[in-house]
Ligand binder design. Structure first.
Ligand code: NAP
Ligand code: ZN
Length: 366
């Protein structure tokens, strides 16, 4: 069954098929805020329309840390984070038509949805009104807790896996499944392209993908970072301009400049100051997910008919479009590949903004 060397325990004999599980090696937080440690979890066995993915690489998203720390509310423990999953299909259920063993696939932030609501039908499963089933820290439609990609294997419905283009290495492609789509979606929705001026706030995991994708779409890209420390990197990634938000002159010099500002920062920023950077009819899109409510000065909105919007990941169709776009343009993440026993150290470094620009776990070390 698995390549983990771990065999199913006696659970398998005492359950009906529908309840049968497979035991998977994984890294989990056993309780809120606790360090991640090696353990095993029970996943469902392959169902009619399921595929088993031999996880090769799993990105570390800041959202993983938010959820382990219960920044957004009560979590489900043990929690196996990871929603930037890249791997290879190892088994398919009898009803599977899209995939075969050996296919290179990815799984992002959700693994199921109601499939019938307006949003699901429009390919915006992330906004499923029946509630999308998130890849971890959720209860799946099979009634079991979902577990993410810090694991040897995942079992998912065939429709919720995406094809990773052959020319993209799986390790550096893994972060596309969350960081990539989270920026591609608002950039394309709000028309980033030739003649458009786009600012990306925060040069971390999401931000650096935003710079690469906005540049490839043909937009003029400015990075707004806390300091000029990473300026050289930003320019290499495709930025036309790079400014420090710690310098008040940035906000006067760039006032009214941008068509689109995408804020990837989860810290409490003065959004009114960033709204002031927009031209008439410009949009500030919030993708960073702070713990606390944000507030804005209404004058910063009405002066210039500016919009404040939010955006969450992207639907299956958009995620496949993004992967194909990245394949055509040779875009992947800048990664630091780590062993699974370095996850806790990586979390500390992400929290200290010391990431260049995504940590990716080598699943062979789990
Ligand atoms: P990350 O790698 O930690 O990057 C965040 C960046 O924000 C940092 O690199 C830093 O960039 C900047 N930053 C950090 N602390 C700051 C502070 N106190 N003041 C100003 N800037 C600060 O995180 P990520 O993985 O990109 O995720 C960013 C946020 O997006 C998280 O809240 C995450 O949960 C959320 N997220 C949302 C979605 C969605 O669908 N909307 C999807 C994934 C993640 P500089 O050093 O350049 O300033
Ligand atoms: Zn994420």
């Amino acid at each position: 069954m698995t390549n983990t060397g771990i065999t199913n325990d006696t659970h398998a004999d005492t359950h009906t098929d529908a309840n049968a599980t497979r035991t998977i090696a994984a890294y989990a937080a056993l309780t809120a805020k606790s360090p991640l440690q090696k353990t095993t979890v029970e996943r469902r066995t392959v169902g009619e329309h399921d595929i088993v993915i031999d996880v090769r690489f799993s990105g570390i998203c800041h959202s993983d840390i938010h959820q382990v720390n219960e920044d957004w509310g009560t979590g489900i423990f043990p929690m196996v984070p990871g929603h930037e999953i890249a791997g290879v299909v190892s088994e398919v259920g009898p009803g599977v038509t899209k995939w075969k063993a050996g296919d290179r696939v990815g799984v992002g932030c959700f693994v199921d949805s109601c499939r019938t609501c307006d949003n699901c039908r429009a390919g915006q499963e992330q906004y499923c009104t029946g509630g999308a089933t998130f890849t971890y820290n959720a209860i799946g439609r099979d009634g079991r807790p979902t577990y993410g990609g810090y694991a040897k294997e995942v079992v998912v419905d065939e429709n919720y896996a995406l094809r990773i283009p052959d020319n993209l290495p799986l390790d550096a492609a893994a972060p596309l499944l969350c960081a990539g789509i989270t920026l591609y979606s608002p950039l394309t929705h709000w028309g980033a392209g030739p003649g458009k001026k786009v600012a990306i706030v925060g040069l971390g995991g999401l931000g650096h993908m935003g710079v690469k994708i906005a540049h490839a779409l043909g937009a003029d890209v400015t990075v707004l970072s806390q300091s000029l420390r990473k300026r050289e990197d930003g320019v290499k990634l495709g930025a036309d301009d790079y400014r420090a938000t710690s310098d008040p002159a940035t906000f006067t010099e760039l006032a009214g400049r941008f068509d689109l500002v995408v804020n990837t920062v989860s810290a409490d920023l003065d959004l009114s100051a960033y709204l002031g950077l927009l031209r008439t009819d410009g949009t500030l899109v919030q993708v960073g997910a702070p713990e606390k409510p944000v507030s804005v000065n209404a004058h910063a909105l009405l002066l210039g008919r500016r919009s404040l919007a939010g955006s969450m990941i992207g639907g299956l169709r958009a995620t496949q479009d993004m992967l194909d776009f990245c394949g055509e343009h040779g875009i992947t993440a800048e990664i630091e590949l780590i062993r699974a026993d370095q996850i806790n150290e990586a979390y500390e470094r992400v929290l200290a903004s010391d990431v260049r620009y995504r940590f990716v776990i080598d699943a062979a070390t789990i």
